[in-house]
Design a protein around this ligand. Structure first.
Ligand SMILES: [Zn+2]
Length: 259
């Protein structure tokens, strides 16, 4: 069985002491490809260093995270543009709108998000979207920018049935993470109604660990707990979940296996 962790921040300091062990452990579980989304100018070097250390297993994305959008967003955006021009990235991410922590830069977040969607279109890359407290605003923006070449994933999906419907109508996918294992989550019922071809797996490590690791650091081998839960919710065997979600991930992030 082969799995792809489509969203993990294994380059963060939380993994400085045991990064190679975390990758090795993921490999023993069949998680042989890990996609690393960027956050801002501070994360580019550690992310690329990790990809250089594990070139067969770690692939980078490039983007400016919405919580890093502040008054100097244009300088950050310029770095994203310069990096994308190198042609080494599998996606534009993570990008989006996050109104949970602050609405101070809401307009700026929308502008920067829209500009990065356009960059994705011009490079023919998929996008990895982060959103918090911003449905349906973010869907409005994606719908406005939608063209046949614009595709991507709503990472850590936890929206409503209606949000899921609009995402599928856009031809986008949903990233399923640890939240699906949480007891109080209604995500299992919503995911039960989403065709499996719209789903990819992710950990978002070191954040959002699945049950039974809540409160601890998340890591890529825990993807199996998410996959097991998804198998239960969809009444599929684990190997079917592995095959389908890996297939979806490779279709969406098609540069992952090009050399
Ligand atoms: Zn993330």
């Amino acid at each position: 069985m082969r799995f792809i962790d489509t969203h993990a921040h294994l380059y963060l300091p939380e993994f400085d002491a045991d990064r190679a062990d975390v990758v090795a452990l993921a490999l023993t579980r069949g998680v042989d490809t890990i996609l690393l989304p960027n956050i801002d100018s501070g994360s580019v070097l550690p992310m690329l260093a990790m990809c250089a250390e594990f070139p067969d297993h770690c692939k980078p994305m490039m983007g400016l995270h919405p919580t890093s959008v502040t008054a100097d967003a244009d300088k950050e955006l310029q770095l994203v543009k310069d990096e994308l021009a190198r042609g080494i990235y599998v996606a534009v991410g993570e990008i989006g709108i996050d109104l949970y922590w602050s609405v101070e830069f809401q307009e700026e977040q929308v502008r920067v998000f829209r500009e990065q969607l356009r960059l994705a279109k011009s490079y023919g890359l998929p996008v990895a979207i982060h959103t918090r407290e911003a449905f349906p605003l973010i869907l409005d923006v994606v719908e406005q920018e939608k063209t046949t070449e614009l595709t991507g994933v709503f990472h850590c999906f936890s929206g409503s049935e209606r949000d899921a419907r609009r995402i599928m109508d856009l031809g986008f996918m949903m990233g399923i993470g640890g939240v699906i294992t949480y007891k109080k989550s209604n995500l299992p019922e919503i995911v039960a109604g989403i065709p499996t071809e719209y789903l990819v797996l992710e950990t978002d490590a070191p954040f959002l660990p699945p049950v039974p690791f809540r409160g601890k650091r998340n890591q890529s081998d825990y993807l199996l707990y998410i996959a097991h839960k998804l198998a239960e919710v969809k009444h599929l065997r684990l190997d079917e979940v592995a095959a389908q979600t890996t297939d979806n991930a490779l279709r969406l992030f098609s540069k992952t296996e090009q050399h």
